[in-house]
Design a protein. Structure first.
Length: 444
């Protein structure tokens, strides 16, 4: 065989193979285009299957060495409900995160020592979040607690009085030392009644508590910070025990996953109402809420700008995520900060890699929708009193600011019928546990 003929045969074989392959591709494409119920439904079935899996435990927190220690939980619980740590002696974490209100306050915006500007989120399940608060300026549940203690509108307190209160109360001191070890010696020299803390964001360095802080000897400051940060870690340990219980929706998803109920069964096996089942189909289908509220916790854990207008119809005044990254990067209590127990861990590396970006102006964290029926009012500023109002907003986007590139392109008016709105609400209600009390007995 000449080289030329051999080349000819090889070329022929390659051409035949290519022809056969393209025929197969065309045939497959044709099949894909053919509308069959199964092909249309599978994304919904996949979305539901996520909820049929056993729920993962609350993830570990390597930045907090006390995260899972029983004595730290006991100390944290005491601190959470103790009103000593406030300027008037009347505010505790539970003032706003009240167990009787699913660890919220039921108010539009929070009120501690003074009026705040944001709505109080629940603590239930909070330890599952990647970022904390509406703008994500904290990256661990324990570090989040440092801010309300010193904020004038919340506890209006300071770390020095906090540490001294523990030193001078024998019962509290015993609890503290059992959880965290002996109090640092240098704390003994700190005068009782001294109010001192670093300057707050935007506060002058000569403001009284900030000036007093800069005058304290370095070893006393270090002792106060050590007591304060360990106390925050104990608060974190306690809050890690507060999970949002599973709901009727989880039981239905589980039954569908087990094959005992079909997703198409309109009665939903009697586990959730027919309206809630239809609401789920809308949520994951036509209304596409799962774009942001997807996954096991019904949140993407990310930040979005929904274009919510201020009361005067103009752009809202809360910058949201804008600026939060800069604060996180300089926060000594962050996972990358000097009090972290894993300053080189994955969380810390993520914080160091974040970039503050003007595009994040007006973005807020997508809240989890678990237990949402228990935590009215809604949104970062509590503007909507009911779930019906939230749904009406998404349905019409009435008043929403079209911020050209700022507002999410994914939000489009949905044009729901009245029964569809009702179904969507029934679904959101099915995400809330029927009872909280039983599962929260340990919450004190
Ligand atoms: C005056 C009411 C008030 C008090 C007191 C208060 N909080 Fe909060 N809490 C809020 C508000 C409001 C937010 C949302 C803040 C924001 O987005 O800027 C919040 C957010 C949180 C979050 C984040 C939850 C999430 O889903 O991101 C945690 C955790 C938390 N608080 C724990 C505590 C602890 C612990 C204490 C006590 C040391 C405390 N809070 C005291 C009102 C309060
Ligand atoms: C583009 C992402 C996105 C989409 C799509 C979306 N949401 Fe949201 N959702 C958010 C964000 C962000 C917030 C918080 C906004 C704020 O506070 O300013 C929120 C808030 C909510 C709240 C209030 C929860 C609370 O605790 O305050 C509910 C309820 C809700 N969404 C339901 C829905 C429903 C139902 C749909 C579908 C019709 C939907 N969302 C679609 C991002 C989204």
């Amino acid at each position: 065989m000449t080289a030329q003929r051999r080349l000819g045969i090889v070329t022929l074989v390659v051409m035949l193979a290519l022809a056969g392959w393209s025929w197969m591709l065309l045939r497959d494409a044709g099949q894909r285009d053919r509308p069959t119920g199964i092909v249309d439904r599978s994304p919904l079935e996949k979305a539901l299957a996520v909820h049929a899996q056993p729920r993962a435990p609350i993830p570990p927190d390597p930045t907090n060495r006390l995260a899972d220690q029983a004595r730290a939980v006991a100390l944290g619980e005491r601190l959470f409900f103790d009103e000593t740590f406030s300027s008037s002696g009347t505010v505790s974490c539970a003032t706003c995160h009240d167990p009787a209100h699913a660890f919220t306050d039921g108010e539009r915006t929070a009120r501690g020592e003074a009026a705040g500007t944001r709505n109080t989120p629940t603590i239930l399940g909070a330890a599952r979040r990647r970022w904390f608060t509406w703008d994500g300026r904290a990256d661990t549940i324990w570090s989040q607690a440092a801010e309300p203690i010193e904020q004038p509108a919340e506890h209006g307190f300071d770390r020095t009085r906090f540490a001294v209160a523990i030193r001078d109360d024998p019962g509290l001191r015993r609890l503290w030392e059992a959880a965290c070890g002996p109090l640092p010696r240098a704390l003994d020299a700190v005068p009782a009644g001294l109010s001192a803390r670093p300057a707050l964001a935007g506060e002058a360095a000569h403001a009284p508590p900030a000036a007093a802080w800069s005058q304290l000897p370095v070893d006393q400051r270090a002792a106060i910070d050590a007591v304060f940060s360990s106390s925050m870690k104990a608060l974190g340990a306690y809050q890690r025990t507060l999970d949002m219980p599973l709901s009727a929706f989880d039981r239905w998803a589980d039954a569908v996953g087990q094959g005992t109920v079909s997703m198409d069964d309109e009665s939903a096996g009697g586990i959730i109402t027919p309206a809630a089942r239809r609401g789920w189909l809308l949520f994951s289908g036509k209304a596409n809420c799962i774009q942001c509220h997807g996954g096991r916790e019904f949140t993407d854990g990310e930040f979005h700008n929904l274009g919510l207008p201020a009361p005067d119809g103009r752009l809202g005044g809360d910058p949201g995520r804008r600026g939060a990254i800069a604060r996180l990067k300089t926060d000594p209590f962050s996972s990358a900060g000097e009090f972290s127990d894993a300053p080189d861990g994955a969380e810390a590396r993520l914080v160091r890699s974040l970039k503050d970006d003007p595009e994040t102006w007006g973005q807020f964290r997508t809240p989890s929708l678990r237990g949402v029926a228990l935590t009215a009012p809604y949104m970062h500023d509590g503007r909507f009193a009911s779930l019906a109002e939230v749904i009406a907003f998404y349905d019409t986007l009435e008043g929403a600011i079209a911020l050209d590139h700022h507002r999410e392109a994914v939000l489009q008016p949905l044009g729901l019928t009245a029964p569809e709105r009702h179904d969507l609400e029934a679904f959101l209600r099915a995400l809330s546990p029927e009872r909280l009390s039983g599962s929260l007995e340990s919450a004190g």
